[in-house]
Ligand binder design. Structure first.
Ligand code: HXC
Length: 510
């Protein structure tokens, strides 16, 4: 037994060394951690249990039979994050560039199957040169098997991708189908076709970083949900995110101890809204003042900043927040913010995370670029997502709620459960100036008359009471009591149940 144990240890040691010390050093020199170092940081100390450490490929092309590293370029297994079960795969760039072979894909599929069966998130740490060139179609088939599992797992278990090196070609489509993509600044990139192909086909000269680096995907394309300075920060932030999420759609949101009085009043909120209705204010301040301990985990902070999305806790329970941000584009809805909001609302609904919506929206962003870009369909995504969501929905209108955007932002008409308004709320088809210019076009040459008409319109509509008279607003609340009112509303909705007619799935406005 001793000899056998020694052999096992020798094999383990070989597997742990991956592609050898020189390649590990090269990985470190690039500022990247190894696949195993990453797993150690992601999971609770000592909790990692590995699968398939000795699994090797079966390829005999291009002399590969002499190059069969144990583990085949990916470390897979399960462990815990703050005591809660997660499954993880971590591609090892030091082994054949982390390239995906038939067996590499089988290892990933095994933990995905177990995660689905046991109802726990899958976290993928991506660092790979893509399809293993020597294996040809076997590698592509392996990708296909992973894709199919991504689809099966969607809406059943949270799937999180962290891009920590190359991720190119069709390989991007596995992360693309997961719920969250995080990137590491300067060391990761994602693109369907790399700079060389781009140059050959289009003559455009662009670097990998410009084309698919963290900045490109967190600021321009919106493909990624967050960018972090280095591997350590990225993994710590994934741990923080997992704490907010249920492990599967069979669970309710996690409950954590909280030290913040749910009845806390915030007098400073009484002066959050500026006197001038055209002056912006920071909606994030309201989110932080509502949240337990001021803790807000923002998703996509650098993309479509005219809408804020992220997670807070109320009485220790996770709540998803969607909020217009008056500081950016006056909080207008546009293509990007509609897509961002819709994706987030659909994630929350799939995983039974209640949704708090904070509204200050002057309408949809006008312009030909918006119309040609399909704002009609993109705006409909957000509308559809809210209308479809059956989780508890609580809405607070702080200031403007104009036009179609009023309906879209979790209004009573989309079956929100609680619709509150601050006394400063203005709910109307449009603002006073625009309305008067249309209704009293013939009087536009007479400033006195127009001023009187404007004042009259404001008196009538620049308040929450017309909507409250109809029951579209349940209550006009004091700004300082917002946390208390919202927390009580969600507490009353913990047993909410709804019925929908059977259908295979809706035909989303895509
Ligand atoms: C086999 C690969 C590989 C691959 C890298 N390696 N990519 N082996 N298949 N796809 C190996 C290299 O031979 C090398 O082995 C080691 O990994 C490290 O690679 P380097 O090139 O030395 O590293 P670096 O300079 O950092 O460049 C990284 C890289 C480059 C940019 C990723 O390796 C590269 O361009 N690789 C090919 C990428 C690619 O075209 N993949 C296919 C994409 S299409 P040694 O032994 O020297 O250490 C795709 C389709 C998926 O993935 C389809 C899904 C449907």
């Amino acid at each position: 037994m001793k000899d056998i144990l020694n052999e096992v240890e020798g094999r383990r040691e070989a597997a742990r060394t991956g592609g050898g010390q020189a390649r590990i050093d090269a990985q470190h020199e690039k500022g990247k951690l190894t696949a195993r170092e990453r797993v150690e940081l992601l999971l609770d100390a000592g909790s990692f249990e590995e699968f398939d450490m000795f699994k090797a490929h079966r390829c005999t092309e291009f002399g590969m039979e002499k190059n069969r590293p144990a583990g085949d370029g990916v470390v897979t297994g399960w462990g815990t994050i703050n005591g809660r079960l997660v499954y993880v795969f971590s591609q090892d760039f030091t082994v054949l560039g982390g390239s995906v072979s038939e067996t590499h894909a089988q290892k990933i599929c095994k933990i995905m199957d177990m995660a689905l069966q046991n109802g726990a998130p899958v976290i993928g740490l991506n660092d790979s040169g893509g399809a293993r060139i020597q294996e040809g179609v076997d590698s592509l088939a392996g990708y296909g098997d992973v894709f199919t599992r991504n689809i099966d797992a969607s809406g059943v278990i949270p799937q999180i991708s962290v891009i920590m090196g190359p991720c190119a070609g069709g390989a991007v489509y596995s992360p693309a189908m997961t719920d969250f993509i995080f990137m590491v600044k300067d060391t990761s990139y994602m693109f369907v076709t790399g700079p060389d192909v781009v140059k050959t086909v289009t003559n455009e000269v662009v670097t990998a970083e410009e084309l698919g680096g963290a900045s490109a995907h967190t600021k321009k394309s919106g493909v990624a949900d967050g960018a972090f300075e280095n591997d350590v920060e990225a993994l710590a932030e994934v741990r923080r995110l997992v704490d907010f999420l249920p492990l599967s759609n069979r669970e309710v949101v996690p409950v954590r101890p909280f030290f913040d009085d749910p009845d806390r009043l915030e007098d400073s909120l009484e002066t959050l809204i500026p006197d001038n209705p055209n002056q912006p204010y920071d909606m994030k301040e309201l989110i932080l003042k509502i949240a337990d301990e001021g803790d807000f985990y923002e998703i996509q902070p650098d993309f479509a900043a005219n809408i804020l999305t992220g997670f807070i806790r109320l009485e220790g329970r996770t709540v998803g927040v969607v909020a217009n941000q008056p500081m950016v584009l006056a909080g207008c809805l546009d293509i990007d913010s509609s897509r961002k909001g819709a994706k987030f609302v659909r994630f929350c609904d799939a995983f039974s995370i209640p949704i708090l919506t904070l509204v200050d929206v002057p309408g949809f962003l006008p312009g030909s670029s918006q119309e040609y870009g399909g704002i009609i369909k993109h705006g409909a995504k957000l509308l559809f997502a809210y209308g479809e969501a059956t989780v508890p929905k609580v809405t607070v209108i702080t200031r403007k709620a104009y036009g179609g955007a009023y309906d879209v932002m979790a209004s009573k008409h989309l079956r929100a459960d609680f619709n509150y308004a601050w006394p400063s709320a203005e709910i109307a088809v449009m603002g006073a100036k625009g309305a008067v210019e249309i209704l009293y076009r013939k009087e536009l040459g007479d400033p006195d008359k127009i001023a009187a008409r404007t004042a009259d319109y404001e008196d009538r509509f620049a308040n929450p009471f017309v909507a409250a008279e109809r029951g579209f607003i349940d209550e006009v609340i004091e700004p300082r009591a917002t946390r208390k009112r919202v927390a009580r509303a969600f507490a009353s909705l913990r047993t909410k149940q709804t019925q929908r007619p059977w259908r295979k799935h809706p035909t989303l406005p895509l």
